[in-house]
Structures are given as structure tokens and as C-alpha cells.
Design a protein. Structure first.
Length: 248
């Protein structure tokens, strides 16, 4: 089932339904784009029409973040599950290892993708990682597409994980995906490489479960304060105003 939050679609699937949908996308001959929609995505889409169009055209849009769950409830929907970028990447790597599919890691700061690849190999010994390229996080448009596309096409991965930072990574994937010959699924994973590599500690599971991951991030990374304010306060107020407008 698909519903919309402030004009951005969210696929409301159970874990079983999501896994089946991802398997279908991976078996298709065409390339597919998965997005993990969080409150910052939705707020960015309110003023960035290009980004909103990309989110609306994605093949699968999963909910990322406790705020999405609360917004869905406010709009009369019960969210079946939440998937962060790191959760989606881990799931796809587990699936790739079991199905003999290959993956390519692209982005984050120098050395982080390589450390992420080593950790993923430790967790999934059968995983075939054909490329791990760091150092592209701070690129700005116009993106040097051809050089990276040639490199990825030579390695022929099935799954591509891009960690350029949100919005930028989704725009890059949208541009590049039609030119990638082997990729079946591409997903922007934000800070997933940092978490998996151990560069940044993730919030404890209990804090994630009750929606306090933002507080943990604020304590550990105070420079994120403006982003957290957008995701927690501005997003919440915008959803409340929208819900009130539609009910009146």
C-alpha cells in the first residue's frame, strides 16, 4: 500500500512484503531506484521540485525515521515498518550473499568505503564486493558521471550503494542509473558507511525504537543541530498544519 506525506509517496509494506518486492526488483532486467524517505527528505522536497520528482518516480520508497511513523499515524495510516539507509544496505547485502549477487560501494570520506567493505565481508563471508570507492562525498554538480559510470560498468555490480549525503545522492543515482549496464538496484544510504565501518557510533537499539535517535545524534554530533531541528520540529509542525488544513 502506498500513501503520501506532504506530496511524497511512502510504500507501507510489511517486512515480508518488502523483502518480496526487493527480490522482484533484483530479478528484473531493468534498473531500479530505492529511496529511504525520512523527514528531511520530505522537507527538502517542499522547495526542491527536482528532488520531489525523483522521489515520486522511485521504484520503492520505504519509511526511514520515527517521525515518518508519527506523521503516518496523524494522517490515519499505521506504518508497517521503518527502514533506514543502513538497514536497507545490510538487508541487500545479506540478500546478495545468499543469491550470489555483487555489490559496489560508492562515497563517504576517504578510506571509509574500504573499511565498510571489510566489515561487510566479516558479516557476510560469501558477499561479492566488486568495488569500494570513497572520497566523493563533497563533489558538487555537474557530477563527473562518465568516469565513475565506466568504472562501475567494468565491475558489473548487481546492487549499488551511494553515500554522497541525502538529496545529492538521490539526484546522482537518478542521473546515472540509465547508463549503468548491470545495476539492478541502486539506493542512497546516507551515513550508512560511517556506521558500518565504525567511524560513527549508531544510537542504541532502544533509542531507535522509541524515536530518540535524533537526541543521540545531537549529543554526539552537535553540528547536526540545524538538520535535526528541520527533521524534528519543522517537519512535525508542517505535518500538523497540513492535517489541520485537510480536516477543516
Amino acid at each position: 500500500m502506498r500513501f503520501s506525506i506532504l506530496g511524497v509517496p511512502v510504500d507501507n509494506l510489511t517486512v515480508v512484503e518488502l523483502k518480496e518486492r526487493v527480490r522482484q526488483l533484483g530479478d528484473d532486467r531493468l534498473p531500479h531506484h530505492i529511496v529511504t524517505v525520512n523527514p528531511e527528505f520530505i522537507m527538502a522536497a517542499q522547495h526542491d521540485t527536482e528532488f520531489r520528482s525523483i522521489l515520486n518516480r522511485a521504484d520503492l520508497s520505504v519509511a526511514d525515521g520515527f517521525g515518518i511513523s508519527l506523521a503516518a499515524r496523524r494522517l490515519g495510516q499505521r506504518l508497517q515498518g521503518r527502514w533506514t539507509g543502513v538497514d536497507m544496505m545490510i538487508f541487500l547485502c545479506e540478500l546478495a550473499a545468499s543469491q550470489n549477487r555483487s555489490v559496489f560501494l560508492l562515497g563517504a570520506q576517504p578510506g571509509v568505503a574500504e573499511k565498510t567493505a571489510a566489515e561487510l565481508h566479516r558479516r557476510f563471508p560469501g558477499l561479492h564486493i566488486v568495488g569500494a570507492e570513497s572520497g566523493f562525498r563533497h563533489w558538487h554538480r555537474p557530477f563527473p558521471l562518465e568516469k565513475i559510470i565506466d568504472q562501475i560498468n567494468r565491475k558489473r555490480p548487481d546492487y549499488l550503494f551511494v553515500a554522497f549525503g541525502q538529496v545529492k545522492q538521490e539526484k546522482w543515482i537518478y542521473q546515472a542509473l540509465p547508463k549503468l549496464n548491470s545495476v539492478k538496484i541502486a539506493v542512497g544510504v546516507g551515513g550508512a558507511f560511517d556506521y558500518v565501518s565504525g567511524k560513527i557510533r549508531r544510537a542504541p537499539r532502544w533509542m531507535r525504537a522509541v524515536g530518540l535517535e535524533w537526541l543521540f545524534r545531537l549529543f554526539r554530533q552537535p553540528w547536526r543541530a540545524s538538520r535535526i531541528f528541520t527533521a524534528v520540529v519543522r517537519f512535525g509542525l508542517t505535518v500538523l498544519r497540513s492535517a489541520h488544513h485537510h480536516s477543516s
